[in-house]
Design a protein around this ligand. Structure first.
Ligand code: FUB
Length: 332
């Protein structure tokens, strides 16, 4: 399926709903790994039951970035032995000519884990490993390959994503809640991947996000604290961690000098979109940088029927990012 007329701030495809876009350049082509929102009605709650996805489709774009192609089903829930439901935001990476699709799903105990599936081509199909990545938990994997070839997975999401349940360091605690508003916010996790990309090479670490004075961002600071959807990219030798603030619906970023952080909060990349969730990725294609994101405009605002969009992202001379308004045409 091909959809033409892809301009900034328009859905890249309209024949299916897509969300949570992770964009990468593989073999000089821009590929997008989104969630595939289903066109059905589900109970909507803070647990995320409305996000009841069952498969993944991979999109790619032409050289001018005007046309998106849907390569069809690349992986289905029925083929993943350890997963029971909810194929949420995926990401992909390439090593030694093989392609790896990383994805979260609930296991058969209802606990979110992160799995990996392997393919020979960027668009799949992908063969899932029989079990999830040992030691993985929560949602929203984002895999960053550094200049030295080291691959890191950033992950974690609050509420439906269950990150609060892993705070004690003593396994999944079903009744655990997040910290008080005056305490440091929960940070995303990072772990280096093994050389074969199929497991963690180390125990996941919690990332610290701090303000300009070096003080931790607090859990009650909902304009700045981490919620879900991490993304890592490198610009001018520095590491940019960007993420969704969830309840305040911003895509924000923090910058550091090491892939493990700490990261100093800098500001907003994308102001709120139509729909509750906001989720993004940032990629360089040729000489420009792009933001991929989603909103619920095509479905008339249904939170669980989202569409992937893109727009150019610009840096200022000091390395900060210009804030993007997803609806510039509505400004007077
Ligand atoms: O698509 C399901 C969930 O919604 C994702 O995992 C979150 O990042 C949010 O976009």
């Amino acid at each position: 399926m091909t959809t033409t007329g892809t301009n900034a701030n328009r859905p890249l495809v309209t024949h299916i709903y897509t969300a949570d876009p992770s964009a990468h350049v593989f073999e000089d082509k821009l590929y997008i790994y989104p969630s595939h929102d289903l066109d059905h009605e589900m109970t909507s709650n803070d647990n995320g039951d409305q996000y009841d996805m069952e498969d993944y489709h991979v999109l790619s774009m032409d050289e001018e970035l005007t046309t998106a192609v849907d390569h069809g089903e690349a992986l289905h829930l029925r083929d993943i032995p350890w997963a029971s439901k909810q194929l949420w935001a995926p990401d992909a990476a390439c090593r030694d000519g093989k392609y790896y699709l990383f994805f979260p799903a609930r296991d058969h105990d209802g606990i979110f884990r992160i799995g990996v599936a392997v393919g020979e081509r960027p668009q799949g199909p992908f063969r899932p490993e029989p079990s999830y990545i040992p030691g993985s938990y929560s949602i929203d994997p984002a895999v960053f390959v550094d200049d030295d070839g080291s691959a890191y997975m950033y992950f974690g999401g609050l509420w439906g994503g269950q990150l609060e349940k892993w705070q004690s360091g003593d396994g999944f605690q079903a009744d655990a809640e997040g910290p008080a508003g005056t305490e440091p916010a929960i940070g995303p996790r990072v772990a280096k991947l093994s050389d074969d990309m199929l497991s963690f090479a180390e125990a996941p670490r919690e990332i610290r996000i701090v303000d300009e004075a070096g003080e931790p961002i607090l859990a009650g600071d909902e304009d700045r604290r981490y919620f879900e959807g991490p993304w890592m990219h490198k610009y001018d030798g520095r590491y940019y961690l960007s993420y969704s603030t969830g309840t305040t619906h911003q895509i924000v970023y923090a910058v550091g000098d090491d892939p493990y952080g700490p990261f100093v909060f800098k500001g907003t990349i994308l102001t709120p979109v139509i729909g509750w969730t906001t989720h993004h990725s940032i990629v360089q294609y040729r000489d420009k940088w792009y933001l991929f994101y989603h909103d619920s405009s095509l479905s008339g605002g249904a939170d669980n029927k989202r569409s992937v969009k893109m727009t150019e992202l610009r840096y200022r001379a000091d390395g900060t990012i210009e804030t993007i308004d997803p609806y510039p045409e509505q400004q007077g």
